[in-house]
Design a protein around this ligand. Structure first.
Ligand SMILES: Cc1ncc(COP(=O)(O)O)c(C=O)c1O
Length: 394
């Protein structure tokens, strides 16, 4: 009989040359269990998508209750569904005034697609500026603004008038002009290895966008939902975009995304033509329920106040001669090792020692750390000890 690994390899499309093939039986809190019930400490949280840990009982109970009421009933925007409008209202309560109206999507990619469409519609301009080494998704629209040529070149022609500037380079802001519809930015660049903003970059971009009447779109798909110690990076950096895109941690483990703007901007999607963005499952009531419970817990518990001290525990315990730098902010940290071979060995050996680590798409010299926000200081020390002991060996 075929093993699970053989079936996985044969029947599921493979995109990664060396997947870990960890066979999952269950997950709870900061731990994932394999088919032999061996437990693994999770330093990745499904790539920042499970902020409150696996199998969170409050999220699960809310989801089960909603499942017993109704699941999908209609395409987006037609029927009034409590999980959706409660979540839209709570998001608005958590954000600056002008970010008060939410369009729910299925994913982060779709949120970015919607935001780009909205910006083109509002400004009647076509140019979109993003940053080199940025990642906003993998569809044609989001690929067009991706800051990495290797991933784009097989798929040209892509959307025209998509140009890139350098993150943190104030000089390149001169390319933002009155022809630019929108600038799309991750407040902390994810795929390139958690690059934080410097030189007042976000404020300067905001200023330049105001001068040229260009819309600023923030991609908070990784930074949102508490990862930096505030609900959104908007609050960390005190820069307010015109459109905010969220996903990943938003669903507390369920698939959902959203783009958020002012009511007057969002209203452009209602006419000429009507149904300016369409989705069947966007804002699925089960996903909205999970998201609502996630946001309530992040907002109403003390979890956010623990993030800074947890970051400190990571930094204190990730001291090793092979570690060149620990980059990033909050629970979005990159271990820079300056060598791709060491990174691969570290990730592989960590898995053998029951610690889950992961890579970055555009940086092969660093290893990602983005655990569930609920991780304890003891668990952080335990995982860091595994990392430094492996670095001693290699
Ligand atoms: C910063 C950023 N933007 C957009 C996306 C795309 O989100 P999704 O995979 O939910 O479509 C990701 C996913 O990794 C991301 O990290």
């Amino acid at each position: 009989m075929s093993t699970a690994k053989e079936i996985f390899k044969k029947y599921q499309a493979q995109t990664f040359p060396y997947p870990s093939c960890l066979e999952i039986s269950s997950a709870s809190g900061c731990y994932i269990y394999d088919e032999n019930d061996e437990k693994y400490l999770d330093f990745i949280a499904g790539v920042s998508a499970v902020p409150l840990g696996h199998n969170n009982s409050k999220i699960n109970n809310a989801v089960k209750k909603q499942l017993d009421k109704y699941s999908h009933v209609m395409v987006y925007g037609e029927f009034i569904q409590k999980p959706q409008y409660y979540l839209a209202k709570l998001l608005s309560d958590c954000l600056p005034n002008k970010l008060n109206t939410t369009y729910f999507t299925n994913s982060g990619t779709e949120a970015i697609e919607g935001a780009i469409k909205l910006a083109k519609r509002i400004t009647k301009r076509s140019e979109i500026i993003s940053c080199k080494n940025s990642y906003h998704g993998s569809t044609h629209g989001t690929l067009s603004i991706m800051g990495n040529e290797e991933y784009k070149s097989n798929y040209r022609p892509l959307i025209p008038a998509c140009n890139q500037i350098k993150f943190n380079d104030i000089k390149s802001l001169k390319y933002i002009t009155n022809k630019t519809a929108a600038v799309v930015l991750e407040p902390i660049q994810g795929a390139s290895g958690f690059i934080t903003p410097k030189n007042n970059f976000l404020h300067e971009v905001r200023k330049k966008c105001d001068e040229t009447k260009t819309l600023l779109i923030f991609d908070e798909i990784q930074t949102g939902f508490g990862r930096l110690g505030k609900i959104f990076a908007v609050d960390v950096f005190s820069v307010v975009p015109d459109i905010l895109c969220i996903a990943k941690g938003m669903g507390g483990g369920m698939p959902i995304g959203a783009f958020i703007s002012s009511w007057s901007f969002m209203n452009y999607l209602t006419f000429q033509p009507k149904l300016g963005h369409i989705t069947t499952f966007g804002g699925h009531p089960i996903s909205c329920t999970a998201s609502l419970e996630t946001l309530k817990q992040i907002k109403n518990t003390s979890i956010l106040s623990t993030i800074k001290s947890k970051e400190k525990v990571f930094r204190k315990n990730l001291k090793h001669s092979k570690i060149k730098e620990v980059r990033g902010m909050g629970l979005m940290l990159a271990i820079e090792l300056g060598c791709s071979k060491i990174c691969k060995k570290l990730v592989d050996k960590a898995l053998n020692k029951k610690l889950i680590l992961f890579y970055f798409l555009f940086s092969d010299t660093a290893v990602r750390i983005s655990p569930p926000l609920i991780i304890s200081e003891e668990e952080i020390v335990e995982g860091c000890n595994i990392i430094t002991s492996i670095l001693d060996e290699i």
